[in-house]
Design a protein around this ligand. Structure first.
Ligand SMILES: NC(=O)c1ccc[n+]([C@@H]2O[C@H](COP(=O)([O-])OP(=O)(O)OC[C@H]3O[C@@H](n4cnc5c(N)ncnc54)[C@H](OP(=O)(O)O)[C@@H]3O)[C@@H](O)[C@H]2O)c1
Length: 335
C-alpha cells in the first residue's frame, strides 16, 4: 500500500488521476489532496470518498510515497528539488513541462520506454499531444522506421485545463444568445472558431506546443534522427485531441505487407484501437475517444506524396487520460 498525494487535485488532470487510481484499484493507503489557497478547506468528492483539500507544503508530504504534480511548470520548478532533498523516500510524477527536457529526468510512456525509469525519483509525464501520437507512431517506427513525420493537431479546450472548458461553454452560450463573446484563456474567441496558436512562439516560428511534440517524441523514442514537424490548432471541443499524421517510412510499405500489415501492427499495439471503416462512418473522433483509455487510429492509407514509403492516418485520444492521468498512474504502477 502506498501513501499518495496529488498537488492540483481540483484541476482537470488532478481529478482524472483520482479516477484512474480508483479504476485501476491502485493500492492507496493514505491520500492527500492539495489545491491552491482558493480551495483549501473545501471538501472534494472523490472515488475514495469525500476528501478535505489541503495547502501544499514540503512538510505536509513527509509520509508520502508518490506525489503527482498537476499544477503547472513554475510550481514544479519551485517545489520538486526541495521536496526530493527533504523527503528521501518520495517519488514525484510531474505532469508539467518543467523537467521534460532535463537529460537527467526520464520522460516516460511505460508502453514504450519503461527502461528509462531506472531508479529515478523525479519522472516527467509527456505533453498530451505527444503521448497520444507516440502510442500510434511507435509501433510503425519499430516495424518500418521513420524517415520524416508531419503532424497537424486538433486540440480540445480541456488541454488548457478547467478554465479552457469553462470558457468554451460560457462563451458558446453567449454566442447563441447574441451576447458579446470574450476570450481570456485563449488568444481569440473559441466558439465556432479554431485557433492555430497554442503556447508561445519560438525563434523558428513554431509554437512551443508544436516544438514539444518534436522534442518529446525524439526523447521518448531515444532517436532524434528523423525530422518531425507539427502544426497545433485549438478547436471548440471539450475533450480528446485528434491528430493527422503523415509519415515517410524507411522501409517500403507495399513490399512489406502493405496497409494490411500496418493495420495488423496497430491492432496489436498496446493502448491502441483501430477504428477504420469509412463505409460504416467509422473513424476516430473526439466524441468516441473521450473517456476511453485507448488511442483510436483510423483513416489508415498509403500517402500520395511519399508513395510506397508513405503512410497517413488519423488519431483521437483522450488527452486527460492517455495524455496525462492514465500515463501518470501507469508510471506509478511501474514503480
Ligand atoms: N489539461 C491537459 O490536457 C493536460 C495534459 C497534460 C498535462 N497537463 C499539465 O498538467 C498540469 C495541470 O493542468 P490542468 O489542465 O489540470 O490545470 P487546471 O485544470 O487549471 O488545474 C490546476 C490545478 O492546480 C491547482 N493549483 C494552482 N495553484 C496551486 C498551488 N499553489 N498549490 C497547489 N495547487 C495549486 C488548482 O487548484 P484550485 O482549483 O484551487 O485553483 C488546480 O487544482 C499543468 O502543468 C498542465 O500543463 C495538462
Amino acid at each position: 500500500m502506498k501513501n499518495i498525494a496529488i498537488a492540483g487535485a481540483t484541476g482537470a488532470v488532478g481529478r482524472e488521476i483520482l479516477n484512474v487510481l480508483a479504476k485501476k484499484e491502485f493500492p492507496v493507503n493514505e491520500l492527500k489532496l492539495f489545491s491552491s489557497a482558493r480551495s483549501v478547506g473545501k471538501i472534494q468528492e472523490t472515488p475514495f470518498g469525500p476528501q478535505k483539500l489541503e495547502e501544499f507544503s514540503i512538510d505536509a508530504c513527509k509520509n508520502i510515497d508518490i506525489i503527482f504534480f498537476a499544477v503547472g511548470g513554475s510550481f514544479s520548478k519551485q517545489y520538486a528539488p526541495e521536496l526530493l532533498e527533504k523527503n528521501k523516500n518520495i517519488v514525484i510524477i510531474d505532469n508539467s513541462s518543467a523537467f521534460r527536457y532535463d537529460e537527467t529526468v526520464p520522460l516516460l510512456i511505460p508502453a514504450i520506454n519503461a527502461d528509462a525509469l531506472k531508479d529515478a525519483r523525479l519522472i516527467a509525464n509527456p505533453n498530451c499531444t505527444t503521448a497520444i501520437l507516440a502510442m500510434a507512431l511507435y509501433p510503425i517506427y519499430k516495424e518500418f522506421g521513420i524517415q520524416k513525420c508531419i503532424v497537424s493537431t486538433y486540440q480540445a479546450t480541456s488541454g488548457a485545463g478547467n478554465p479552457g472548458m469553462k470558457e468554451l461553454l460560457q462563451e458558446s452560450k453567449n454566442y447563441l444568445e447574441g451576447l458579446p463573446v470574450k476570450n481570456t484563456v485563449f488568444s481569440h474567441p473559441i466558439p465556432f472558431n479554431l485557433i492555430p496558436h497554442i503556447d508561445v512562439e519560438q525563434e523558428n516560428h513554431y509554437t512551443k506546443e508544436e516544438m514539444k511534440v518534436t522534442w518529446e517524441t525524439h526523447k521518448i523514442f531515444g532517436d532524434d534522427s528523423f525530422p518531425l514537424s507539427c502544426t497545433a490548432v485549438r478547436i471548440p471541443t471539450l475533450r480528446a485531441h485528434s491528430e493527422s499524421v503523415v509519415i515517410e517510412t524507411k522501409k517500403n510499405i507495399t513490399e512489406n505487407g502493405g496497409i494490411e500489415r500496418v493495420r495488423e501492427i496497430l491492432k496489436n499495439a498496446p493502448g491502441v484501437v483501430v477504428r477504420d471503416d469509412i463505409l460504416k462512418n467509422e473513424y476516430p473522433m473526439p466524441l468516441n475517444a473521450s473517456e476511453v483509455d485507448e488511442v483510436q487510429v483510423g483513416r489508415i492509407r498509403k500517402n500520395l506524396v511519399f508513395g510506397d514509403f508513405g503512410l497517413e492516418f488519423f488519431v483521437s485520444g483522450d488527452q486527460l487520460l492517455r495524455g496525462a492521468a492514465l500515463n501518470a498512474v501507469e508510471i506509478a504502477e511501474l514503480l
